[in-house]
Ligand binder design. Sequence first.
Ligand SMILES: [Zn+2]
Length: 162
Amino acid sequence: MAKAGGERMLVSRIEEGTVIDHIPDWRADTVSRVLRLDKLARMQADISVVILQNVSSKGLGRKDIIKIDRWHVDERDADILCLVFPGITVNYIDEGKVSKYAPRVPDTIEGRLRCPELNCISNAEREPVTTRFVTLKKESVLQCQYCDALLGFEKVPDHVRT
Ligand SMILES: [Zn+2]
């Protein structure tokens, strides 16, 4: 079987779930971290995750693919991923039917990231508030609404709440 056919076969095998495609090669681990897939797998015992790395791709040369069986990645999480990897594509699969979701840079992000400023009220041990970042798209940074700390898009994977 041809390479492209082989890849298509792998992707189409999921009946229910999510396929994240066009991840830059060897960066699937970062996607996994942003989506907290290890935690998800502990909480939802019936999901399976398949990570394909260094797959040939027409547009990218090489790419990674993550398939998550029986789990739909939250669109807001897909949007956070696109801060780090603007080229990713997300396919949701229901009963074998694929629908594409094009992630887009969100205007605000609530609750999913930690503020890099340790003294921020959102990092308070007692009565912490929900984090809220506003996206400054031109500068490719997020700004904390409480303390104005800046977080570059590329640093987002290090600040995902666990
Ligand atoms: Zn802050």
